[in-house]
Design a protein around this ligand. Structure first.
Ligand code: TNX
Length: 508
């Protein structure tokens, strides 16, 4: 029988009960009020596929059912939940759909691994679907638990990104940062505005920039995929994510990493001549020009449209590796870009370099490398404004070992396995939990060409990050995590998820 101690991420309180376990029977129903119906339907869909039971949605529960309850007050915030399972039924409670969604992910892991199998099973399987008797009380350590996909170097279609969302959400990730623009590609439609003083042709961003991609000899195939999202597709993607408790954070990388824009729009160049598109994986060689009025007009328009099509509260303005931008120009531009971004009503996010500029109140700093001290000093002491992505603990694009066929290897301290991404505390260098919004693992895609390759770099390391972001430091233990990771292998395999079979893990 499945046990209660294989859960990932590990919940705050798990109390196995002595009484008889719960068995999902062919006549079971899923009970949920109106506001929880969407989550209940997702649970029903998952269970129907594996069990072949009809599992109708109903309003009132009776013994033998799974009940989802939205309640008013709740300790632990909107994402907290309780789960109780006994012979009588399963009951999930939370104060928000997000909390119920989390509860459903936990319940999924309490069923036997066969629950992950597509294709309804035989009738003789009634009796298989047993959940151990348990009481769980759970809440996340951090509000923001994210992954980043670099769709600029290598484009991933809406369908591919949705598949990534399907996998990440079972680990209670709730944020997906999309790196939409870079030197090699521009991935988001920007429409021609009515007010256009400098006569910029915004359609060229995707006409020219959307056709680009990176090219790296060791990648398979060497050239990345090109493409872009229409505004409609971007909205559709966010709706899909939101239904799964995932907020999308779009990034326009500024003022460096902008060659695709410089190639699309000649007026962004001081000589008025469009650059050529580039496929090199080099970084830090392009920049916007601080003295051109078109620069600010362009950024205001792009961020304005991006904010209008973004349902979440964040806009990411990049700010990393502006190595050919003079310092004063960098500060001038980043300050103005951050101001323009906050004028849209969104919370501004940027890579840690941008913290050198004067930022709107409440701006979020994504720490990835360098001196943490100034970030700690600048971080709001009372509000969570730091996302922790230290490269040596979170960079999912790095090789697992020198033999890894794909991945980069510039981050010092490697090789990077599930253990390096598990054994660290986001509250470091004087940062407190109160100052930390959360944790994010970026997947740069210089060497990634499809979802299978992406998954291989992501898993199992992203699972480490999920537990770092969710579970209190005092409850984390690498040895115990390794055991649970091994037990999870069977589920990943049944889901068809590609993962690196870390040699120090006993995979089921
Ligand atoms: C640095 S990390 C970058 C990216 C590259 C990555 C490769 C960061 C904020 N910028 O432009 O893709 O290295 O690992």
């Amino acid at each position: 029988m499945n046990t209660t101690d294989n859960l990932i991420p590990r919940p705050s309180h798990v109390a196995p009960q002595d009484g008889p376990s719960f068995t999902l029977s062919p006549g079971a129903r899923i009970a949920a009020g109106n506001t929880a119906a969407q989550i209940a339907e997702q649970l029903a869909a998952l269970l129907r596929t594996a069990t072949g039971f009809s599992l109708p949605l109903v309003e009132e529960h009776r013994p033998g059912d799974i009940a989802l309850d939205l309640v008013d007050a709740f300790d632990g915030g909107p994402e907290a939940y309780t789960l109780t399972a006994s012979e009588d039924g399963v009951r999930l409670t939370a104060s928000s759909p997000a909390g119920l969604f989390n509860a459903v992910q936990t319940l999924r892991q309490l069923f036997p691994a066969a629950i992950e199998e597509g294709g309804a099973s035989e009738e003789g399987d009634a009796g298989t679907w047993v959940v151990p008797a348990v009481e769980i009380l759970d809440a996340p350590r951090f509000a923001y638990r994210g992954l980043m996909l670099d769709v600029a170097r290598n484009f991933l279609s809406v369908k591919e990104v949705k598949e990534q969302i399907d996998v990440m959400t079972q680990f209670k990730f709730n944020a997906l940062h999309l790196h939409l623009t870079d030197d090699q590609g521009w991935r988001i439609e920007i429409r021609q505005p009515e007010e256009n003083p400098s006569g910029l042709d915004y359609a060229k961003l995707t006409e020219v920039g959307g056709r680009g991609a990176v090219e790296v000899a060791t990648a398979v195939p060497p050239r990345g995929n090109s493409g872009f999202y229409t505004q409609q597709e971007f909205r559709d993607l966010q709706a899909y994510a939101a239904a799964r408790n995932v907020v999308v954070i779009p990034e326009i990388d500024l003022p460096g990493h902008v060659n695709a824009a410089l190639a699309a729009i000649p007026q962004l160049n001081p000589d008025g001549v469009a650059k050529d598109m580039s496929t090199t994986a080099d970084v830090g060689w392009s920049t916007l020009d601080a003295s051109l009025p078109a620069t600010y007009e362009f950024v205001a328009e792009v961020l304005g449209q991006l904010a209008a099509m973004t349902s979440g509260p964040y806009l990411h303005v990049g700010g990393d590796e502006a190595l050919v931008t003079g310092h004063a120009n960098y500060i001038t531009m980043m300050q103005e870009f951050a101001r323009l971004a906050s004028l849209t009503g969104k919370t501004v996010v940027g890579w840690n370099e941008f913290a050198e500029a004067e930022l709107p109140n409440g701006s979020v700093i994504q720490y990835w490398f360098g001196d943490l001290d100034p970030i700690v000093r600048q971080a709001d002491a009372t509000a969570p404004t730091v996302i922790m992505s230290p490269a040596a603990n979170t960079y999912l694009d790095q090789k697992y070992s020198a033999e890894s066929p794909i991945g980069l290897e510039w981050v010092k301290g490697g090789p990077f396995t599930w253990a390096e991404y598990y054994n660290w505390d986001p509250a470091q260098g004087g940062l407190t939990d109160q100052q930390i919004l959360g944790v994010e693992g970026p997947l740069w895609t210089e060497t990634v060409r499809n979802n299978q390759q992406a998954q291989w770099l992501l898993y199992p390391r992203a699972i480490s990050l999920a537990e770092v972001a969710w579970t209190g430091q005092e409850l984390r233990n690498a040895g115990d995590f390794r055991r649970r990771l091994g037990a999870f292998g069977e589920r990943l395999t049944k889901q068809g998820v590609v993962f690196q079979e870390a040699p120090d893990v006993e995979w089921s």
